[in-house]
Design a protein around this ligand. Structure first.
Ligand code: C5P
Length: 309
């Protein structure tokens, strides 16, 4: 997504993500578990708007408008949050480029939080990209990705567009071309999990002994190949998330949503990232709309009929 100028303001729309594959390659080292993951952006967007202020005179401000729809209707709350990743990203870029951090930020939230959908990371990456233009800094994407990596594991993925395989703690990015657009239903239950909580549980329990016959890189390559061929039934069987079994021990929602999606007739279903959002790869956009509509009355939380992008 690219920033665009609206009067004297700048704005950007920034997507959520799904992990179609996530394997933990080893134990925690230097605070992080090494990962291999395939991520795709999805069409649920937060919106960030920045309006210039008076550098050095007024403190920068953040206004948040929460539009997180639930099955009971939209929840709207407004309020400033100085620790938000938008402000942290702006401060980091300002310090790095020697620019005065200023102006008013408006963040419109549609991506559920504590969901594994990358909303906060996407907001941070979008802020870097927006201010890089608005403040005439002109860092190249690799320099922006370095700053992004200091803000969180998933942030570098969102500097740029399209699906990618991410390795290390997320900073090694290989864009993947030729994947089809996936019709999706995503459910974010009322209960969330923090990334830290899920990885702490994995760390305490230890990685399970190897239960897979093929190495991770091979399993991932087979998934990418199935997706590229449009063999979605095959791909659905190869979608994998090592953190799903961990999250399952922390909330009953994962098992419940698996049972719900088992009855949808989709190609495959899975938890994304560290949860708790759960997604199904549908046979068509029409099926996605019908399934989302049928789930809307079941008190499952926020429900989206959407697609990858
Ligand atoms: O990078 P992010 O802020 O998403 O990570 C939150 C926490 O989750 C980290 O501080 C770390 O404890 C844990 N984590 C991990 N291995 C990763 C990513 C996150 O252990 N690859």
């Amino acid at each position: 997504m690219f920033p665009r100028k609206v009067g004297s303001a700048w704005e950007i729309f920034t997507p959520a993500k799904l992990n179609l594959y996530l394997e933990v390659l080893g134990p925690k080292s230097e605070g992080f578990h090494p990962l291999e993951t395939l991520m795709t952006p999805v069409r649920i967007f937060d919106q960030i708007r920045w309006m210039p202020g008076s550098p050095g005179r007024l403190k920068p401000k953040l206004q948040i408008c929460n539009l997180l729809a639930t099955s009971r209707g939209p929840a709207i709350s407004l309020g400033p949050q100085p620790d938000n990743l938008v402000m942290r990203a702006a401060e980091k870029l300002a310090r790095s480029a020697g620019v005065e951090h200023h102006g008013t930020f408006q963040l419109v939230k549609r991506i559920p939080v504590q969901a594994g959908l990358g909303g906060g990371s996407s907001d941070a990456a979008a802020t870097l990209q927006l201010l890089n233009v608005a403040w005439n800094i002109h860092y190249d994407p690799s320099r922006l990705r370095q700053l992004a990596a200091e803000l969180g594991s998933d942030v570098p993925f969102f500097v740029g567009s399209g699906p990618a395989i991410c390795r290390g703690r997320g900073e090694q990015i290989e864009r993947v071309a030729g994947l089809p657009r996936l019709a999706l239903v995503i459910v974010k239950p009322p209960v969330g999990l923090s990334t830290q909580q899920v990885f702490d549980r994995l760390h305490n329990d230890g990685l399970p002994s190897v239960d897979q016959q093929l190495p991770s890189a091979k399993r991932l390559a087979l998934l990418v190949s199935a997706l590229r061929r449009g063999a979605l039934a095959d791909a659905g069987q190869r979608i994998f998330n090592r953190l799903e079994a961990v999250a399952e021990q922390l909330t009953p929602w994962i098992v419940r949503l698996r049972q719900v999606f088992n009855q949808c007739g989709c190609h495959g279903h899975f938890m994304t990232g560290s949860g708790t959002a759960y997604a199904g790869v549908m046979r068509s956009a029409k099926q996605a709309r019908l399934v989302a509509r049928s789930l809307a009355c079941r008190d499952l939380g926020s429900i989206f009929a959407t697609s990858s992008c």
